[in-house]
Design a protein around this ligand. Structure first.
Ligand code: GUN
Ligand code: ZN
Length: 442
């Protein structure tokens, strides 16, 4: 048992969706908790006073009296090649893509560039406490190879895919239906389920794929029982009008993907803002998920995601940053924007529900909840140590907190990367905040 290690702090994690069991039954909280890890796996979780006497006397315990431990965050939609174009001014989706995104993604034909960005991207995720993400590459096969190679170094559970796009984009950024099928297949054969890595078939969105390419994407999805499908859906009103013009026989936007057999239990659709009831219904029926990306939806002016409707239809929902249309790598900041998006619809987003969406809900959307998403015994030891004294404002505000729900809500409202004291992936420390709170180390 010498390979056991323990962390003592306040500990909170979700065990169910608040919509199914109510807020109180959806989480477990230990005010003075102990998280015990054996190698890469959670070995025990409980009250420190109860657990410690049952464990070996020489067990190393790291004590964080001013911290809250949560599961690592799960980002269900993000573009690693857009890391360096975050904060691009003044456009909505379609002009934003042409003006900023496509020229930036062109650079990823160069593997050395791709690897440099992938390394910095992963460091940024880890310094924000995100341990798993569903990630877009670019159209270039090497962009995905670089990403997986970088992820492997830190033994991270990551999902990525090569963008498929054969029309309505610059020549320098298009493939063909056949090459996209072939290259995606090669990437799946090499990388899918290698260690903690998984592959996502990634048609960018309906407007940039021909019918033939979408059909081959569907064929690929049918050829592998557990690969993912990752795309965009109904983000922007002009986009929706364009999709209707490009696919006149489809009943609605989602139906374009449905007609090409792209809906599945491992299909994740980013945004889903302007959906009709039939679309929610099909998402539910097929076990597909929506990635709710509030900071992106606000930043490029796409609209307000209707979480209530998605819940009414029992659609799986995760949360995503959608870098670089999103404005922060921080899932805490993303939860802050989610709260505001829901406020604008005259509803409230409970902090436990937010935590759920950013951890176990995301893991469920990705069908990884048997491995990650909470701190249940047997889960992979991906977790975050949040520092209640990370900033002067957090210190003074949290001194007045009356309980864990309020504490979480304050972290979500004014917390960001500074609040992440350390991040662990599979039991290993992958980020330790430096003491001056200014830079990250791995
Ligand atoms: N729709 C198609 N491509 C993109 C992209 O790169 N970002 C976002 N937010 N939406 C898209
Ligand atoms: Zn996106």
């Amino acid at each position: 048992m010498s390979h056991l290690k323990a962390w003592r702090a306040a500990i909170v994690h979700c065990i169910a969706d608040p919509k199914d069991v109510g807020i109180d039954a959806a989480y477990e909280y230990y005010q003075d908790g102990l998280l015990v890890v054996e190698g890469d796996t959670i070995y025990a979780l409980g009250d420190a006073a109860t657990l410690i006497p049952t464990l070996p006397k020489d067990l190393p315990i790291e004590h964080h009296p001013h911290a809250v431990i949560t599961p690592g965050f799960v980002d269900t939609h993000i573009h690693y090649p857009q890391t360096d174009m975050i904060g691009s001014y003044g456009e909505q989706l379609l002009t934003w893509l042409n003006t900023y995104t496509f020229p930036e993604e062109k650079k990823f034909s160069d593997k050395a560039h791709a690897r440099d960005v992938a390394d910095r991207f992963l460091k940024e995720l880890l310094r924000n406490g995100t341990t798993t993400a569903l990630v877009f590459g670019t159209v270039h096969k090497v962009s995905v190879e670089a990403f997986f190679e970088a992820s492997e170094v830190h033994n991270l559970r990551m999902i990525c895919g090569k963008v498929m796009m054969d029309r309505n984009a610059p020549d320098y950024l298009t493939d063909t239906a056949d090459t996209s099928y072939q290259e995606s297949k090669e990437l799946i054969d090499t990388w899918h389920n290698k260690g903690r890595l998984h592959y996502a078939i990634t048609p960018r969105f309906a407007p940039t794929s021909s019918e033939q390419q979408l059909q081959l994407a569907g064929k690929l999805l049918s050829e592998y029982h557990d690969v993912y499908m990752h795309t965009h859906l109904s983000e922007n009103k002009d986009e929706c009008v364009w999709v209707q013009a490009l696919f006149p026989t489809s009943n609605n936007y989602l139906d374009v993907y449905d007609q090409h057999k792209l809906l599945s239990e491992r299909s994740v659709f980013a945004h889903g803002i302007h959906l009709c009831d039939d679309e929610y219904h099909r998402l539910h029926e097929t076990g597909s998920a929506i990635a709710f990306c509030p900071s992106s939806n606000l930043f490029i002016g796409s609209g307000l995601f209707n979480l209530q409707k998605a819940e009414d239809h029992q659609v799986n929902v995760g949360m995503g940053t959608d870098i670089g249309a999103g404005t922060s790598f921080s899932m805490l900041q993303t939860m802050s924007d989610a709260y505001k998006v829901i406020q604008l619809q005259n509803q409230n987003l409970n902090p436990i529900k937010s935590l759920y969406l950013a951890t176990l809900g995301g893991a469920k959307a990705l069908r990884l909840d048997d491995k990650i998403g909470n701190l249940a015994v047997g889960s992979e030891a991906d977790f975050v140590i949040l520092d209640k004294k990370a900033t002067p404002l957090l210190t003074s505000r949290l001194a007045l907190s009356k309980g864990i729900e309020e504490t979480l809500f304050v972290f979500m409202t004014i917390g960001d990367d500074r609040a992440i004291k350390a991040t662990y992936s599979a039991g290993q420390c992958v980020h330790q905040r430096s003491s001056d709170n200014s830079s990250a180390q791995i």
